[in-house]
Structure formats: C-alpha cells, structure tokens
Design a binder for this molecule. Structure first.
Ligand SMILES: *[C@@H]1O[C@H](CO)[C@@H](O)[C@H](O)[C@H]1NC(C)=O
Ligand SMILES: *[C@@H]1O[C@H](CO)[C@@H](O)[C@H](O)[C@H]1NC(C)=O
Ligand SMILES: *[C@@H]1O[C@H](CO)[C@@H](O)[C@H](O)[C@H]1NC(C)=O
Length: 511
C-alpha cells in the first residue's frame, strides 16, 4: 500500500465527522496515545494499583438508552449491584468503531433501545473506548487488540464474579469494533456465545491471519453483515473476505440503496476527497440499521440465501432454502452447524423495514436461429393474492441465447401474497426501432414463430420467501395478439396438456 493511499484512507475511511488533523496535532495525539498505551500495559499486566480505566463499561437502561449513568468497574463487585446487573439474563456488549469526533454516533442510542425492546431483562453494556478510538485510523486499528484484551479481562472477571454463563454473552462490534470484539473473544478464558460483526473494518485487516482480525474462532457463533465492501483505490472500507461462520452481503455488500454513492463521487470530483464521508457513513452504518431492523421488525425478518457469487444471486439462481441454504438476517439468524465462512446474499429496500421478497424467473427461449442482437428492455408486473408490484425492471445479465433457459431475479418491496399472474411489458431498446422491437419481442412471449422464430411457452417461478414453485403459461386469449404487453397466468393443474395444445395451435398456424 502506497503511503498516500494509506493517508487517503486515514481521512476518508470510517469517518463520520470530517476533521483535518495538522501535523502538530498529530504529534500531540501521539503523545497522548503513548500515555494511554502505558496505562493499558499496566492495566493488562496488573501492575497499576491506581486503577485508571481506559475502556469503560456503561450499563445503560431501557429508560435512559442515551445516557451513561452507571459504569461496571472490573474488580469492583459492588458496581454490578449498583448498576442492577442481572446475571441470569442475556448480556450485550456494544463495541463502537473508529471515532475521530470522540463521541458516540447517533446509532448507539437506537441500538441500545432496540435491544431492550427485544430483550427486556437484558444487560446492554456500551463499551466506551473512545479515548483510543479517536486517533488516526491506523493508530486506532493498532489499539484494537489491546482494547480487546481489556474487554476479555472484563469478561473473565464478570464470569468469575457472577457465574454468568458465557453462552448468554453477545458481543456486537461495528467497523473497527468488530475486530475489537474478535480480540476480546479470542483472549477471554472461555468462549463467548456470539459475536456479531457489523461491517468489520477492511483496511489493516483484509487478508490478515485469522488471529489478527475477527474470525470464527473468536466465539461459538460469529455472524457478519457486510455493507460497504466497495473499494477505493483497490482498498475496501468494510472487509470483503468472509470472517464469520455466516457472512451476509446485503445488496452484494457493496452498494446500499438509499445511499447516494454517485452523488458522493460527483462531490469528490468537485470538492475533493473529504466530501465522501456522508456516503461512506450511510453505507458502512447500514449494517447497524439492518441489525436494528431485525430487532424491531421481528415479524418481517429478512431472508438471505447462500450463493457462490453475487453475480449468480443477481440472476436469481440461489433462492433455495434446502439444507440450510437460507437464513434470517440479523438478530434471529440461525446457527448453522459446521459452517464457516458461508456467504449469503439478500436484497433490501432503501429504508426500514429493509426486507424484500425475492423471485426467480426461469425462462426458456426456443428458437431456430441464435439471434445475438436480442437485448430488449423489459419490465415485469407481479400480481398476487395480497396485492401487486408493477413495472419491475427485468435485468438482462447476458444476451438472450436460443434454446437456453435464462434465469432472472426480481424483488418486490411488499408482500403480494401468492403469485397469480405475471405481465411483461417492453420498452424501447437502444439501437432498435420501436416497431421492430415490438414485433420481435411480442413474438417471443406469444409463441408466434413466424416473425422472429423465438418462442416462450412457460415461465417457471420460485418465490424465495415462501419457497413456492410455480409454472406460468401464456394466457391463451392473448397468444396471437401483437400487443406491447403479454400476460402469463398460472398453468392449470393439467398445464402439460394445455401447453401442448398451445404449441399445437402455433404449429398448425405455421403451416
Ligand atoms: C433477571 O432476569 C430474569 C430473566 O432473564 C428475570 O426472570 C428476573 O426477574 C431478573 N431479575 C431481576 C432482579 O430483575
Ligand atoms: C433449437 O431447438 C430446436 C428444436 O429442439 C431446433 O429446431 C433449432 O434448430 C434449435 N436452435 C438452434 C439455434 O440450435
Ligand atoms: C447461442 O449463442 C450463445 C453465445 O452468444 C452460445 O452460448 C449458445 O451456445 C448458442 N446456442 C446455440 C443453440 O447455438
């Protein structure tokens, strides 16, 4: 990594508040850092009799999710009672990331209150390592291990003091905090129940040995949400590689809907690198909001599907739930036996609730000629028992080839119930005259093989959320009409017979 690239990342990556640190301030920061480090060393080696906490453990309450009113101090059992720590209920440790501003971001309060909404009797503890997190990114990243060790010390102490079963302990770490959680888990005497990594930081951790970053070794179950694995200069802000037992990549883990990436890039072109921060925050923090969503919208849990690649997922090829291939996004994720680095994908809406409904459309195009020029623009409308979702774009990932089954992914933002009817509508494609297009495409769906020799007899659809599989046939009344819209309805139970009849009809009319 070139020095200027590193510097670029220090300023751009993970940064909520834009702050330019002059070289003079850098030196001061370094000396402050030196003091902290010696404190920390003393603390870990138990040499310091005067306890100077560097990392603080604030047990927040559901009535004051935004206030640090009571700190649990390792070595002081009285502080547990004073903060009303309940050793029989679940305990969450929330670990923040890099914090140049030296303050908690606004998501902290939201996460605390949504954890309490879900688990009323829980202990939600905010781990405050702001003192070490407000350094340059590179320095803060170096501190991750020391802070993790300090948290491990806290965990050991609380386990000894209260006999709290560690299976009830859940560490939730964001960005750099995800790796801190990993170090905490790996240094604790006994294995903690779960670590959730929310877009673990990429710079300084990508490609590192499992001991030097969050990994499945750090807890009985490690689940990870990747939301901003999009690189700048070949480096990614969130870590790209899978680092948990189960790794979920919403929207491919790169671009999150509702976050204005293009706008940010234009800003950079006009105003320089610092303008990116809002977009970075939006994408990187999306991991937290997806997790909060899963706590609050329990009934509308989003599903993610195991897939070999995001490109395959985008073609709808991975919507199966067989053999634990799918899982629930966020808090309710199911622990998968013997899993490691399992990669799951999902699409989301731009805001809460993020859940969408996934459909795979499998369409077989029959043709005598292999027409390479077919790249039409098609929209699809789905009609179901509970509602409809109209004019969804059918993304053609490749050219339509003859005698081949093509697979497409469609998502709807709302639950339309059981699918009853599908309508295809085409719009002008580049370089094609409208009439030419109309003729050619209409012949695809209608099975009128005279003009373009391309036929579509039926469409197979799999609904990801319900796992229903259905077959749709051209509505016979429309079979020969040259409209800009073609309707497919559920083939009757005897769809085989029907479709044969439809085919015979077409064949007869050819002669
Ligand atoms: C501690 O939590 C448990 C549930 O986990 C609950 O039944 C119990 O009442 C709580 N104790 C106190 C003192 O609040
Ligand atoms: C597609 O299959 C049909 C019959 O199965 C055949 O007549 C036609 O030549 C094939 N098309 C191409 C491009 O191979
Ligand atoms: C049609 O062309 C595509 C590539 O454009 C090729 O992959 C496919 O095998 C061809 N199909 C037939 C039946 O020749």
């Amino acid at each position: 990594m070139k020095a200027w690239q590193v510097r670029f990342l220090y300023f751009v990556v993970l940064n909520a508040a834009v702050q330019y640190v002059t070289s003079l301030e850098e030196k001061q920061a370094d000396s402050v850092f030196g003091n902290y480090l010696s404190h920390l060393k003393d603390l870990i080696e138990h040499k310091d009799d005067n306890y100077h906490p560097v990392t603080k453990f604030s047990l927040r309450t559901s009535s004051h999710p935004d206030d640090d009113l009571c700190y649990i101090v390792p070595g002081k059992p009285d502080s547990l009672a004073a903060c009303s720590f309940n050793s029989t209920s679940k305990t969450f440790l929330i670990i923040h990331g890099w914090a140049l501003g030296g303050m908690f971001d606004s998501w902290m309060t939201k996460l605390v209150s949504s954890l309490y909404e879900r688990e009323q009797s829980a202990n939600v503890i905010v781990v405050d390592w702001l003192a070490l997190a407000q350094n340059h990114y590179g320095i803060a990243a170096q501190n991750a291990k020391a802070v993790g060790q300090e948290i491990a010390h806290f965990i050991d102490w609380i386990e000894e003091t209260t006999n709290m079963p560690l299976k009830n302990l859940h560490l939730i770490g964001y960005s750099l905090g995800a790796h801190v959680a990993g170090f905490a888990g790996s240094h604790a005497n006994n294995k903690v129940g779960r670590i959730t990594g929310l877009d673990p930081a990429g710079p300084d951790f990508e490609g590192e040995h499992a001991h030097r970053r969050l990994s499945p070794d750090d807890a009985h179950f490690v689940d990870v949400l990747h939301t901003f694995t999009r690189g700048s200069l070949g480096l990614s802000i969130g870590i790209q590689q899978p680092v948990g037992h189960v790794d979920i990549y919403p929207n491919g883990g790169s671009f999150q809907p509702g976050c204005n990436l293009r706008g940010a890039l234009e800003k950079i072109a006009n105003h320089g690198l610092f303008a990116i921060t809002d977009a970075v925050k939006c994408q990187h923090e999306r991991s937290i909001h997806l997790f909060i969503d899963s706590l609050l919208n329990n009934q509308e849990a989003a599903k993610a599907y195991r897939c070999g690649s995001n490109a395959m997922f985008d073609r709808g090829m991975c919507l199966s739930c067989r053999k634990s291939r799918c899982n629930t996004v966020g808090y309710n994720i199911a622990k998968v036996r013997r899993a490691r680095n399992v990669q799951l994908y999902t699409k989301t809406r731009a805001s809460m609730p993020f859940r969408v409904y996934h459909y795979q459309l499998k369409i077989h195009f029959t043709s005598k000629l292999n027409r390479s020029e077919m790249e039409p623009s098609i929209t699809v409308s789905l009609y179901g028992t509970k509602g409809e979702s109209e004019n969804l774009e059918l993304k053609l990932m490749e050219k339509i080839a003859a005698n081949k089954t093509h697979s497409f992914l469609l998502v709807t933002e709302k639950d339309i119930g059981d699918l009853l009817m599908v309508k295809f509508r085409w719009v002008d494609a580049n370089g094609w005259s409208a009439s030419n297009m109309l003729k050619m495409v209409s012949s695809w769906w209608s099975g009128d093989s005279d003009s373009a020799n391309v036929e579509v007899h039926k469409i197979r659809i799999r609904a990801g959320e319900t796992q229903q599989k259905m077959v749709f046939c051209v509505r016979e009344s429309e079979a020969q009409s040259l409209t800009q819209e073609v309707t497919f309805v559920k083939c009757k139970d005897a769809w085989r017979r029907l479709s044969k009849r439809a085919q015979r009809k077409v064949t007869l009319e050819k002669h």
